[in-house]
Unconditional design. Structure first.
Lengths: 114, 115
């Protein structure tokens, strides 16, 4: 119930194409769904996030689509660029006691071909 | 900008050694976290702390302990290192309560090898 399932494990996309990463969750108590981006040798950094009362959020070339009834959400990267090559983690969070715990998916290694 | 620093980028230790990983954040954040990252397993929470001297177990606390004597500093301790603790260790911090408290800021990680 605490898991966040992420697919695919790895993804190769041509420059200019659309990259799509999908995630699913079970626990309806989650109330915040962030995506983190990690470059080699760096820690993850928040990319974009959404709350379940919104079906879509767009920031530049990055869009989260959220389907509350299906308990699924996805990240779309439009016009993918080589600089987007990184590992992406979807996550789900809720307040537990005094702390906001985040449950991470297992990650997707994205490679954009130049 | 929030800065989370970790004492070492790379560390090599022998089986049975006591290992200390240090993490410092400079934004007066209430919450601090230790994760380990392994290929194909994502990030798994080891321990977290919501206040000085307060700590709670995460999902995989076995073989680890933590210490938070000052608000800005959170240490991860491997009492007796074992080869299955070879991993990337990531420290993170978050603000605390309120709307923007969910965002966690990560350090660059410490790659620990236990031989």
């Amino acid at each position: 119930q605490q898991q966040v399932k992420q697919s695919p494990q790895s993804l190769i996309v041509q420059k200019g194409g659309i990259s799509i990463i999908n995630c699913a969750y079970e626990n309806t108590a989650f109330d915040y769904f962030p995506w983190y981006q990690q470059f080699p040798g760096k820690g993850p950094a928040l990319l974009i996030a959404i709350r379940p009362d919104v079906s879509e959020k767009k920031e530049g070339r990055f869009t989260i689509s959220f389907n509350k009834s299906a308990k699924q959400f996805s990240l779309h990267i439009m016009d993918s660029q080589p600089g987007d090559s990184a590992t992406y983690f979807c996550a789900a969070s809720m307040e537990q006691g005094r702390v906001d715990k985040i449950i991470f998916g297992k990650g997707t290694r994205l490679h954009i071909l130049p | 900008d929030v800065k989370v620093t970790q004492s070492s980028r790379y560390l090599v230790k022998r089986t049975g050694e006591k290992v200390f990983l240090e993490c410092v954040q400079d934004m007066d954040h209430e919450n601090m976290f230790w994760y380990r990252q392994d290929p194909g397993l994502g990030l798994r929470l080891i321990y977290f702390s919501y206040d000085v001297k307060m700590k709670e177990k995460g999902d995989i606390p076995e073989g680890y302990s933590v210490s938070r004597e000052k608000k800005e500093r959170f240490s991860l301790i491997l009492e007796s290192a074992s080869t299955n603790q070879t991993s990337m260790y990531l420290c993170a911090s978050s603000l605390g309560t309120g709307e923007i408290s969910y965002e966690q800021y990560f350090g660059p990680g410490t790659r620990l090898t236990v031989t």
